[in-house]
Design a protein around this ligand. Structure first.
Ligand code: DGL
Length: 278
């Protein structure tokens, strides 16, 4: 009898099949994380939230991000009742992850620069980190370096141009190869840069430009956190129910809907077919 009651409590706590996964980023960068999660959980209902009213995050102050992100996620959680939130933004996470976790009673998966796997993969001991200007200066990154790459060289470079280039690419516009070359040069021109053998894409926008970046850096490997995040999401939702068919996902923006529709072709690939405004 006691066992039946315990089982019922667990069943009651389990989210209903329609409860979505909520992805959050300043713009479309989080699609690089969503694509890995969708490959693993194809029937998961998806809400993708983009804070276009405040994009780019990388040039904003710590206090602005720390106040804005938990407040927005609170409103989104109230509207969409997600089973899990994925903050698919390194800038937001390295600044505000602990604030969000403290404010919300929902599991939150964060995205932070993949320093640990990069340290395991480098042969030369020289690792590059491309991120936003805000991300690369965070104490959170200093701590990751101290924990996982203490005896290595971590070259950091803030590359805001790549954020805009990734946004443009997903609107169907051409990417200027000089932008990628400048980002790689920003690492290679630092001391020991000639020995760089692995680059961490520490902004979720950047994997969307991986082919273009690889062209600018022959012989260099690239790494990002999206595969690890997909594994974490699967682990946290293990045993939960999902719908039997794939339903259209929702793209919600803090910006205007007309601008959001310029991404429609790219968003359709991710089955994000409905547009809403927060
Ligand atoms: N995609 C974001 C990140 O991972 C932020 C880009 C921006 O808005 O500057 O850091």
């Amino acid at each position: 009898m006691r066992r039946v009651t315990a089982f019922k409590m667990i069943a009651d706590l389990s989210p209903c099949a329609d409860a979505p996964l909520l992805f959050f980023d300043s713009g479309i960068g989080g699609l690089s994380v969503l694509r890995k999660v969708q490959a693993a959980l194809p029937f998961a209902p998806i809400i993708y939230a983009a804070d276009y009213a405040a994009m780019p995050y990388g040039t904003r102050s710590e206090s602005e991000i720390a106040a804005r992100v938990p407040a927005l996620l609170g409103r989104l959680a109230e509207r969409y009742r997600p089973r899990l939130i994925i903050i698919a933004c390194n800038t937001a996470c390295t600044i505000a992850l602990s604030h969000v976790r403290a404010a919300l009673n929902i599991p939150v998966v964060g995205t932070v620069p993949a320093i640990k796997p990069a340290a395991a993969a480098t042969k030369s001991g020289v690792i590059g980190l491309l991120g936003t200007a805000a991300t690369i200066r965070q104490a959170y990154v200093d701590q990751l370096q101290a924990d996982f790459a203490a005896n290595m060289r971590l070259l950091r470079h803030g590359a805001p141009e790549l954020v805009h280039a990734a946004e443009a690419k997903l609107r169907g516009e051409a990417v200027d190869p000089n932008i990628c070359a400048r980002a790689i040069d920003g690492l290679k021109q630092q001391r020991d840069g000639e020995n760089l053998d692995i680059v961490i894409l520490g902004c979720t926008h950047f994997p969307l430009l991986q082919a273009e970046l690889a062209h600018a850096a022959p012989g260099v490997g690239f790494i990002d956190g999206s595969a690890g995040i997909a594994r974490r999401v699967c682990h946290l939702t293990e045993g939960q129910k999902w719908p039997r068919v794939r339903s259209p996902g929702i793209f919600v923006t803090t910006g205007d809907l007309t601008s959001a529709q310029r991404y429609q072709a790219a968003l359709t690939i991710f089955n994000l077919l409905r547009f809403e405004r927060l």
